[in-house]
Design a protein around this ligand. Structure first.
Ligand SMILES: Cc1cc2nc3c(=O)[nH]c(=O)nc-3n(C[C@H](O)[C@H](O)[C@H](O)COP(=O)(O)O)c2cc1C
Ligand SMILES: [Fe+2]
Ligand SMILES: [Fe+2]
Length: 407
């Protein structure tokens, strides 16, 4: 657990979580941080949870001492969002510090009871409500569905700090201080990639609500953005706001001048075709190419790449009259995450009947993905010379469609 000072009267407690699947699903090879914040006025508030804290009172007291906070002065626990990555610690806190009041939205309160049987001292807050800590005032704004329906953000009027919870967050552990003013540009670029993947995995499906939340936050005089995961933005909060605006815009496309190849193969027939497709793509120097194999690679990275790509190459064989199952599963999730309006080229091998395209069409229609298909290159068994030519033509057409969409 790291303790650091954000600005006068505000401290951050952060812990890195590694070797786990975030939400039980998303691989995070470089970890993810859980950030919580202590705000000191005459009274003290904790915003979001010190998840990962071991629940031992001595540890808690030691952390409070490092911040020069008298644990008895903690009067308020502000829950911006009920998801257990931010609230799972509340039981531990209750074990030895009973006299705190919880502030959360109307939608969070019943969940707090359902998840943790916590019903005492809850004050429901909503848009425009404030909390006077004595010497500083916190203001609340609801940002529903970023990420759960109950989510809100908290704004400290004195320092201009926005405690944004899941909004403006990123993956990536934060060993070396997670303040943008202390990080080098190469670190910021690393976190930008981590933020995009976090966005694609966690909030992508709610991009419309992200837009609304950004518009709402724009009315606040923000100087610092302090999210629940990842980098704290003290020097250039606008950078992460602009990143998030861009990520939200990728939902409906066009995204970047980028193509993501997602492929799977049982016996190497489709693999022969996709290798040729990748070689053709690599000749198109102005287009960035990402390649992922299913089921070998995690969905987190596949979705991250697809989110910023205007073009997709989907290469898979037919399997029991349908699509190679791990490909169908990941495409289904991409549809649910609203990876929409992409240019798509499909290729793949079959043995006798085919059937992969039918399932792809079904996913596209059912999930309203609105993917625009280039003529597919489907072949029986191994690709012939003619199939290779078709693949080459498909890739050329795809790249052209991507260029036209992005310009
Ligand atoms: C379990 C299994 C199920 C298959 N089901 C079908 C099918 O329903 N229709 C079809 O045309 N080919 C089917 N095939 C044949 C494959 O599509 C064919 O072998 C193809 O070349 C595999 O490409 P790959 O080597 O890239 O995996 C099936 C193959 C396997 C192993
Ligand atoms: Fe969340
Ligand atoms: Fe979270």
């Amino acid at each position: 657990m790291n303790v650091s000072k954000v600005t006068d009267g505000i401290y951050q407690l952060s812990i890195n979580i590694e070797n786990m699947l975030f939400e039980g699903l998303w691989e995070v090879p470089d970890g993810v941080s859980m950030n919580s914040y202590i705000v000191k006025g005459e009274k003290t508030a904790i915003i979001d949870g010190v998840c990962g804290w071991d629940g031992v009172p001595e540890h808690f007291y030691d952390l409070m001492k490092q911040m020069d906070v008298d644990p008895k002065s903690i009067e308020y626990v502000i829950l911006n969002h009920m998801e257990p990555d931010h609230t799972g610690w509340i039981e531990d806190l209750r074990k030895f510090h009973k006299d705190f009041k919880v502030l959360c939205t109307k939608k969070a309160a019943p969940m707090l009871e359902a998840f943790f049987n916590h019903t005492e001292n809850i004050t429901v807050v909503g848009d425009g409500d404030t909390l006077d800590l004595g010497g500083r005032v916190l203001q609340f704004a609801e940002v529903p569905n970023v990420h759960w329906p109950d989510t809100m953000v908290t704004f400290d009027e004195t320092s201009g700090t926005l405690f944004s919870c899941d909004a403006f967050g990123s993956y990536g552990k934060v060993d070396h201080g997670n303040y943008d003013d202390l990080l080098e540009e190469k670190d910021l670029l690393f976190y930008e990639e981590e933020a995009k993947r976090y966005y694609a995995n966690i909030v992508a499906a709610f991009s419309m609500f992200v837009d609304k939340a950004i518009a709402k936050c724009a009315t606040l005089p923000i100087k610092i953005i302090a999210p629940g995961h990842g980098v704290v933005w003290r020097k250039d909060p606008n950078r992460i706001i602009e990143d998030y605006k861009r990520y939200a815009s990728y939902q409906k496309g066009p995204a970047k001048k980028e193509v993501t190849v997602i492929w799977g193969s049982m016996y190497g027939m489709t693999e022969m075709g996709v290798k040729h497709a990748i070689a053709c793509l690599e000749k198109e120097e102005d287009i960035k190419v990402n390649v992922h194999r299913v089921p070998q690679e995690g969905w987190g990275h596949i979705l991250g790449s697809a989110w910023s790509s205007t073009g997709l190459v989907l290469a898979m064989p037919t399997y029991e009259y349908k699509m190679f199952p791990p490909m169908a599963a990941v495409l289904e999730e991409m549809g649910k995450k609203k990876v929409q309006n992409r240019k798509v080229f499909r290729l793949g091998s079959f043995g006798w009947s085919g059937g992969a395209q039918r399932e792809l069409d079904d996913i596209n229609t059912r999930l309203k993905a609105n993917w625009e298909f280039i003529e597919p290159a489907e072949f029986k068994g191994a690709p012939t010379e003619e199939d290779y030519k078709n693949i080459e033509a498909g890739i050329k057409a795809l790249c052209q469609a991507v260029r036209e969409a992005v310009k």
